[in-house]
Ligand binder design. Structure first.
Ligand SMILES: Cc1ncc(COP(=O)(O)O)c(C=O)c1O
Length: 398
């Protein structure tokens, strides 16, 4: 554009110009990848590899509100893989769970029953009340591991009494805090629910780990559920996204709600292709991740640290007080290493980008602290020591 009009446009567009790629970006990203390889905080910190990005830039360029081609192919693949009729790609696990609730729940008053630690209840900002107007019934498992049918029968609302909100959805999470929900108990719960017309939703953000660890196909694990949310941006290492699976009718309605929630995205091909890469190349790595987590647990036990939540998949919970130290001291020491380690309290999460060196360095930090404490006269206390980690799990579980 020439002349005065061109200058006027420049005055408007020039202030908007932006170059956010630092001249040191390639190096910064390498540093970021190193940090991720030394972080035990969460598998949500995993970052796209260069190979994933190279694959993803070749993706189709359609508009996902109108069924973007690569995204539609991913959805069809996910539906097949999980043994359901249809699937919907969404930006996050939270949106996926919330859409499931909103789609299952039609006319209040009603309630959703779940484990008291379930993400949908504890970590989604009150979304079930906000979006669906439902009461949540959070239940503490009597075995402290997973809900049983007996636990559910004690708290579920089946009474057609106008004082109560009938339970219309049972929501289970697998894995939950890294632990595996026994499939036979899921089947018992689902048979009970189906007889009463109660919907079963699975928060399967990390169902991938269950499949690999138990050698059970995803469709078999998910058969007892009416809807499933599975995340790509955690253990699988994709940058963004989750899928919601269910019947054709359920997903068509959820697609509508996705639009209402503001989750109808446009050129999502790049993300769908990242997920395809993750399914092909990263999913098979989870078995090795579980082995590495077990190595970490063995190292902790050898040092005399208490294990408060044993490894079932990619997480281990520990209490360092039997060797005379605490989480803050460990985190400070780990941060001072030439190549720091990032820690988040009692929960240690291992992921596809965790390096073996990080595991060794972490165990060495604990070993040095244990030796120092012993030299200073610390004597291991008899019995269990409360490390306050119960609360900590909630704070750190993202
Ligand atoms: C079990 C579980 N479900 C759902 C979510 C929500 O996923 P997002 O962070 O993508 O919203 C998380 C997040 O970590 C999670 O751990």
């Amino acid at each position: 554009m020439t002349g005065d009009l061109g200058k006027a446009w420049d005055r408007v567009t020039d202030p908007a110009k932006l170059d956010i790629i630092a001249t040191t970006q390639a190096k910064d990203n390498e540093r970021c990848r190193l940090e991720v390889s030394r972080s035990f905080i969460s598998d949500t910190l995993t970052v796209p590899s260069k190979e994933m990005c190279d694959y993803a830039v070749q993706a189709s360029l359609g508009d996902d509100v109108y069924h973007e081609p690569n995204t539609a192919a991913l959805e069809a693949h996910m539906a097949r893989l999980f043994g359901k009729e249809a699937a919907l790609f969404v930006p996050s696990g939270t949106m996926s769970n919330q859409l499931a609730m909103r789609t299952h729940l039609k006319q209040p008053p009603y309630s959703v029953l779940c484990d008291h630690r379930a993400h949908v209840y504890a970590c989604e900002a009150g979304g079930v009340a906000f979006h669906s107007g439902a009461q949540v019934i959070p239940v503490i498992p009597s075995n402290r591991h997973h809900l049983t049918l007996d636990d559910i029968q004690k708290f579920i609302v089946l009474d057609e009494d106008i004082h109560f909100a009938l339970t219309q959805v049972i929501e289970l999470e697998n894995t939950l805090h890294g632990s595996i929900f026994p499939q036979d108990e899921i089947i018992r719960i689902s048979e009970f629910a189906r007889k009463r017309g109660i919907k079963m939703h699975l928060d399967g953000a990390r169902i991938w780990h269950v499949a690999v660890e138990t050698g059970t196909p995803l469709d078999v694990l998910c058969e007892p559920f009416d809807s499933i949310s599975a995340c790509f941006s955690k253990g699988l290492g994709a940058p963004v996204g989750s899928c919601l699976m269910g019947s054709k009718e359920f997903i068509a309605r959820a697609r509508w709600f996705r639009k209402t929630f503001g989750g109808g995205m446009r050129q999502t091909g790049f993300f769908a292709a990242s997920v395809a890469y993750a399914l092909t190349h990263n999913f098979p790595k989870l078995a090795a991740v579980h082995q590495l987590t077990r190595r970490l647990e063995r190292g902790l036990l050898e040092l005399g640290v208490e294990i408060t939540g044993s490894v079932e998949t990619c997480m281990v919970f520990y209490n360092p007080s039997p060797i005379g130290t605490n989480y803050t001291e460990i985190a400070e020491r780990a941060e001072q290493l030439p190549s720091p380690l990032l820690l988040g309290g009692s929960r240690l999460v291992v992921h596809i980008q965790t390096s073996e060196q990080a595991i060794d360095d972490f165990l060495n930090v604990l070993r040095s602290l244990a030796e120092e404490k012993k030299a200073a006269g610390f004597v291991r206390p008899a019995g269990k020591v409360d490390d306050g980690s119960y609360k900590d799990i909630y704070v750190r579980r993202k």
